[in-house]
Each structure stands twice: as C-alpha cells, then as structure tokens.
Design a protein around this ligand. Sequence first.
Ligand code: C2O
Ligand code: CU
Ligand code: CU
Length: 460
Amino acid sequence: MNRRDFLLGTAAAGGALGAAGWGLASAGNAQDLTLQPASFTFRNKPTEGMVSLSPDAPPPVLFGEQGKPMHLRVTNGTPDYTAMHWHGLRIANGMDGVPYLTQMPIAGGESFDYTFTPPDAGTYWYHPHCMTMAQMAHGLTGVMVIKEAEDPGCDGDQVVNLRDFRLDGDGAFLPYYTARGAARGGTHGNVLTANWLQAPVYDHPAGGLVRLRVVNTDTTRIYKLHLSTEQARIIAWDGHPVEINVPLPSAGEPLLVGPGQRVDFAVQMPGGEGQTANLLAELPGQPTRTMAQLRAIGADLARDLRELKPLPANPFSRPDLSTAEVHDFVFGWTPEGDAPNDGYCGSMGYSFWSINRTPWAGDAAKGTGPLATLERGKSYVLRLRNESPNLHPIHLHGLAFVPIRSNLRNLPPLVTDTMLLLKDEVAEIALVADNPGDWAFHCHVIEHQKTGLAGYIRVA
Ligand code: C2O
Ligand code: CU
Ligand code: CU
C-alpha cells in the first residue's frame, strides 16, 4: 500500500490548503520539535527506548498565546511513522494531525509544518496520532499552555503531566499493552509519574496564588485526584474557564480525571516557608499517593483566592438546544475481530470495541465514512450511551462541547473536549458544529481506540 495513495477524508485537502495560506506568514519563528529516541532514569535504573523531543528529558511544555499564530515543525527522527495532534485546540482540520484523515503519516526523516492560531486559552496537550500506542507508551505526551491575552495574575504556574510507565525491575519496558487489558479497562502502568518524576517538589512563593495545571496524558489510567489543602479552587476544566462554583474534590470525593482531561486549580500556597500543598491520587488498594508537591518559599505574600480575577471566557458558542438535532452513539464491545487497517500507524492486532456496533475499520481503511455528518453552524445534541462496564473518556477533535444531562448524575455544564463516560451511563452533550472538517471521535484509553472504539464526525 502506498502511503500517498489516498486520504480518507474529503475535508482534509481543503483544510491543508486553507492552512498553508496563513501558515507561511509565521514561518520565520518555527519551533522545531524532533521526535527521537530518549533514555531516562526512573527508579535509579536508566530506561532506554523512550520517545521524546530531546535525548534525556520529557517532552517540553509548549507555550502559545491565544489568538497568536504558532508554527511547529515536527521532524520525525525515529524509524517509525508519526503524526502530531494538538489535543483540545480548535484549529483548522488540516493541522489536526490525524493520519489518513487530515494528513499522511510522517515518515522517518520527514517533517510536517503545523501552523495554527489557537482560538482558546488554557491547558491543552500534544501527542502522536500515528503509532499512537507505542509512541505515547514510550513517553511522547506533552503539555501545551495557551496563555490568555491578559495575564490573570497568579504568582506561579505549575504544569503537572501525569503519566504511568510499565517497567520491569531493571528499568526495561514491559509490553505496553495486553490483549486482556485492551478488551477490558486497559493495561495500567506500574511507575506513576508527574513530569516523569516521582512526587517531584516545586517551589513557589509562600502565600502566593499558583495555577496548578494537572494533565492526565496517560494511555489508560483514570486518576482520582484531590489536594491536601482546602485553599484552592478549580478555575478551568479541559482548557476552558469554569464559570460556576465546582466543589473542590476531597479524600471522600476525589475528582475523576480520565486520559486526555485537564484540571486547573488555583492554589493558595501555605504561608510558612517549607510547607507544602500536595496533589494526591487515590489508587485501588493502595494508600493515598502524593503525585507532586508545591513547596512554599520566601516571605509570605499573603494573597487570597478571592483576589483572583475570573479567567476571560473562550469564544465558545453556546448550542441552541431548542433547534438541536439529536445523534446517537453507542459505545460497546464487538465480537473479537481482525485488526483494523492502520496502515503505517501501528495495529494492536485485534478489534474488541465498537461505536454504533461497528468497530473502526482502521486509520487507513478505504471507504470508511463518518459516524455522522453535521451541518456547519448548527447546534446538535450527541447522545452517548456506554453499553460496557468499562469507563470511556470520549474525545472529539476540533470542537468543544458541553454536557447537558446524564442518567446517572448531575453533570456540571463545563465546556470540554473529552467526556468521561461512566459504566452504563447515557449522557447527552451539546455543541455548535462551527469548525468544518473530519474530526476524529474516539475513546482516549488508547487500547480501546486502537481496537475499534474510534471513528470520525464530519462537519460540512
Ligand atoms: Cu488526544 Cu484523538 O486525541
Ligand atoms: Cu484531540
Ligand atoms: Cu474506552
């Protein structure tokens, strides 16, 4: 099969052409990102065979500014194919990084210029969408911070990228997925890290206000999180400002943050030098674990959470529920089947999962149509039904949506791109189809995505 044979999506060519027009204007300040083999020491033993953007460090936090063009040149310094996706950014379809749908896979030695202007401020992230399972499992997941045009006035900013790795006692990678895991809740890592470190300590001004950006970039784990302090507030969720009062999670009621999801806390640092505010995770059958610590340094700034200006709203269009057409999506198992045709993008060898009872035929399968076609500019309700006992963080590219109801719980109407669907849950989400293109729609447990729980939605 020739890699340049075809593109699945019809919108892709238009997206790429459209992007070229405004991308080249900023060609002068390209940031070069080169995929390359890396090694890193996790538990006193070096782990080889990592994939990162430098030889010995996690993928860096990429910074951008809301409304300002970015130009990221991704060069593939590995022998495998790749494509880079900017999770949560509502950008032109041709820059979305989905192989065969919006672009061709990037071969070893080749580059692809991603140029876009992020419309929204907030916490986003990036990861490959070709060889997704292998490259993410080996480390290639990084955080993107898109700054507000006007700084909301924190004294510190701290990114925490939550990642698990599956390593043996010598630091070598264990198989990064199992068929058993893929057919159930996914295969969990055994070395839990924050920014590839175990319980790192970050210094911030005593009594200051720190924006703590927690990003779950894991391939599998749904984190249950809370903080050690009550002097904190949730200020953004999946990138977008939280305009309502969301209760702070606690030991009894931790916050579920699925793969792909982000939560921004404003934390008021303790006033005493050396005191800490900790990010805590609850793990089944284990004592509560400290994932990262914020340590107070210097003289007490004596700030107060009430001094925090609200984050400016992102340009999200509220769907009109009175006119919204409803589309149904059922997420469930499929009889064990052949591997999807992922072309050059890595197959796991099975189909276990389906959307609307059809397993994804594969990234490179010809003739695969969209799950739904939405008319540009119109409002829609997507009814998401989980027919399986496993949880699924359902992610839609290119658009933002708002949950409106569930058969199991009260869903706060927080703007998002990834909805964690609970066991047996039927949830409705609403959106305005305001970004044209073919947008990937899949579970962010990568083992589910790569064994069938994937598809795309067309906005035309
Ligand atoms: Cu974060 Cu289609 O992915
Ligand atoms: Cu995405
Ligand atoms: Cu899933």
